[in-house]
Design a protein around this ligand. Structure first.
Ligand SMILES: NC(=O)c1ccc[n+]([C@@H]2O[C@H](COP(=O)([O-])OP(=O)(O)OC[C@H]3O[C@@H](n4cnc5c(N)ncnc54)[C@H](OP(=O)(O)O)[C@@H]3O)[C@@H](O)[C@H]2O)c1
Length: 331
């Protein structure tokens, strides 16, 4: 089969003929119709991710048709249109993942290929209102945003929510999930075009995080947040406690702009704030996310679709975060 292969750090992703995988016990083979990129893939191409091995077939997100089933898997799966939960082996604790937790697309071969193999328990019906490309955009970023917002952040109808860096794949999903849940959503972004795009998706207002007074502007606009979702961190994060209502939750899961800066602890304990780390999500989070998508007929934001063969061009688009929403590869 054809697959996109990473042969070493900082080498271009190339289309190659590789051996087609075979579904083993409890597994299925999915014929991939579309796959989506995540910042994780970009980090791996740079050689900056734990447990990297070469050669690797990247890709955590995919939609497609079940082509084969391995022993122990119901034959009725064959021909079903599915999306894949890339979070494997979460384990028994809802609050955190087990040591065996792994993400599709390293260590196991991922979705940037004609076929991908996965455990049958990670298959979910593709939302009927979505194209292959839209459905493929959902899994990793959608799940992470869902858990950050609801399972950890406890966002509910009427809450004021701030999404930092809304142009991120995770950011655009957090916006769509929060709007669907009836939250009043504010955003930050590095460009006015992306703020405008967020407004079209239901954001109340937004500010540019490159402006000196971005935090002051947000205070004027919103007068306090109940939940803040941040995947950037960096120095700006230090201002977030000032923007919180008492009892607010700040949830984070990435560090695109750096690490945690020094924080004023008094502002955190006096307002009884919670700083919460999160990573991807459980099978229950995944199911609940799909219910939200299907109930509200949410259509993920697809920035651009590339042919599988152009995966290198697609991943380069992430170099300067030019995208709004998800970059997708089509087979
Ligand atoms: N732990 C997990 O489970 C998990 C899961 C998914 C992602 N992540 C991490 O979360 C982060 C986002 O992932 P993604 O795939 O959604 O990323 P992405 O699509 O590559 O988005 C990156 C975005 O970060 C924003 N950004 C960059 N610099 C910023 C700054 N100084 N202040 C505020 N925002 C800034 C930009 O937003 P604008 O375009 O609006 O300017 C940019 O679009 C990454 O670090 C990723 O590794 C972690």
């Amino acid at each position: 089969m054809k697959a996109i292969v990473l042969e070493a750090a900082d080498k271009p992703l190339i289309l190659k003929d590789v051996e087609k995988p075979k579904a083993e016990l409890g597994e299925v083979l999915v014929q991939v119709k579309a796959a989506a990129l995540n910042r994780r893939d970009w980090w791996i191409t740079k050689g900056q991710y734990a447990g990297i091995k070469y050669p690797s077939i990247l890709g955590s997100d995919g939609s497609g048709i079940v082509a084969e089933v391995g022993p122990g898997v119901d034959q009725s799966w064959i021909g079903k249109e599915v999306i894949i939960n890339p979070g494997n082996n979460w384990g028994e604790h809802q609050d955190y993942q087990s040591k065996e937790f792994k993400i599709l697309g390293l260590p196991d071969s991922g979705t940037f290929a004609e076929y991908v193999k996965t455990g049958a328990e990670y298959l979910y019906p593709k939302p009927a209102h979505l194209t292959w490309e839209q459905a493929a955009a959902i899994p990793l970023a959608g799940l992470t945003a869902y858990r950050a917002l609801f399972t950890k952040g406890k966002a509910k109808k009427g809450d004021k929510v701030l999404i930092v860096g809304v142009g991120a794949g995770t950011g655009s999903f957090a916006l769509q999930w929060a709007v669907a849940a009836g939250c009043q959503v504010f955003v930050t972004s590095g460009t006015s075009e992306k703020i405008e795009a967020a407004r079209k998706l239901g954001a109340a207002a937004g500010v540019n995080y490159k402006a000196q007074d971005w935090a002051e502007q947000l205070k004027q606009l919103a007068a306090g947040f109940d939940v803040i979702i941040d995947s950037a961190l960096g120095e700006s994060f230090a201002k977030l406690p000032d923007l919180c209502n008492p009892g607010a939750r700040i949830v984070f899961f990435g560090g695109t702009a750096g690490n945690l800066p020094a924080l004023n602890a008094r502002k955190i304990f006096w307002k009884q704030l919670q700083l919460l780390g999160t990573t991807m999500g459980t099978q229950e989070d995944f199911k609940a996310m799909l219910e939200l998508i299907n109930e509200h007929k949410i259509v993920p934001v697809v920035d651009e679709v590339f042919d599988l063969a152009d995966a290198e061009k697609a991943v380069r688009k992430m170099d300067n975060s030019a995208q709004f929403g998800k970059i997708v590869l089509r087979n």
